[in-house]
Design a protein around this ligand. Sequence first.
Ligand code: HEM
Length: 118
Amino acid sequence: MTVVGGGASGQFVLLATNSSHLDPKHWPQPEAFRPERFLLESGGRTGPADPPAFAPFGVGPRMCVGNKQAVIAAKSALVQLYRRFTFSLHARQRLPLRTRTAMTHAPRDGVWVSVHAR
Ligand code: HEM
């Protein structure tokens, strides 16, 4: 995992999670949308051999205390949405997707999708 800055007492440490999450050494075809890579039953894995290489919630004693709640909320929301609608990429969406990195890594200008009721 890439660490910017020092680790000595009183110094600011920034985990460059964006670079480790896109590292093909840990994540084959990191740009590909392959959510099954996280499913153990699909032969995937929940994290690479080096756990800090997957750290959307940070690592160690200061790891996000809301990480479980955040994942459950995201799963619940997605289940509700996918039960009612289907989603596909809209022709207006240009690829590759332009992203921006701040507190989180996200699409820079949103994502154009077509939504249809099931
Ligand atoms: C997708 C949603 C979320 C993401 C990506 C996220 C991510 C993070 C990250 C990267 C950190 C810094 C960890 C570090 O310093 O190493 C953090 C800290 C923290 N998060 Fe979250 N978080 C999320 C949701 C939540 C929720 C829902 C809560 C509360 C219910 C929460 C509460 C906290 C708190 C209190 C800290 C500070 C922990 C500490 O410094 O000891 N977060 N979060």
